[in-house]
Design a protein around this ligand. Structure first.
Ligand code: PAN
Ligand code: ZN
Length: 184
């Protein structure tokens, strides 16, 4: 019997995935209309500027019950007005599905918001591990001067509800005040 070679690699220092069937997704400034408070500042930035990049591995079809998806996200450093670059953020479409994030490089903040719009924030720093409970929206923010990368693992039937956050937002934002991140 042969011991097979792994077909998939995860680089522990950069978080990058390699191998066949890795998917890629990018979010440019043009894709983030309605996400930041200062729409005029967003519209004034180069629209092809990369805000974040996702690599993912989907071993089963999206929506399959019982599987797990794996990915990484790199948020580039930058601001729209005084608001740091961040992900769109979402609830899971199947709201009772949780998720793990872990920080690989850079300095970030994880924003959580429950269904009552109560928002709280956790520092993300290399090695920090974060559990997203069910029914809690999550968004990540790069508050440093270098790319911030984190890993993620979530159920294959979780799905993403972006509409709620796009229309209602989080009840707090991360902005730079006197050179430091502040939750307002
Ligand atoms: C992550 C996110 C990823 C990008 O894989 O999808 O960080 O953020 P947005 O999806 O909010 O643009 C995850 O939470 N999956 O469930
Ligand atoms: Zn998620």
């Amino acid at each position: 019997m042969n011991i097979l070679k792994p077909e998939l690699f995860f680089n522990n220092s950069t978080g990058q995935l390699s191998g066949n069937s890795i998917g890629e997704k990018t979010a440019r400034i043009a894709d983030l209309k309605g996400i930041f408070a200062d729409e005029a500042a967003r519209a004034a930035l180069p629209q092809d500027m990369l805000a974040y990049h996702v690599q993912y591995y989907f071993p089963v079809a999206e929506g399959t019950e019982g599987g797990l998806f794996f990915g990484n996200t790199t948020i580039y450093p930058g601001k729209v007005g005084d608001e740091y670059f961040m992900t769109k953020g979402h609830f899971h479409a199947k709201g009772d599905r949780g998720e793990y994030y872990w920080c690989i490089q850079g300095q970030g903040v994880l924003l959580y918001m429950d269904r009552d719009r109560k928002t709280w924030a956790k520092e993300m720093t290399p090695g920090s591990l974060h559990y997203m409970p069910a029914h809690v929206a999550h968004r990540t923010v790069n508050v440093g001067n270098a790319p911030m990368t984190f890993g993620a693992c979530w159920p294959s039937d979780a799905g993403h509800d972006y509409g709620t956050i796009l229309h209602e937002g989080f009840s707090a934002r991360l902005v730079e005040r006197n050179g430091k991140p502040a939750l307002v």
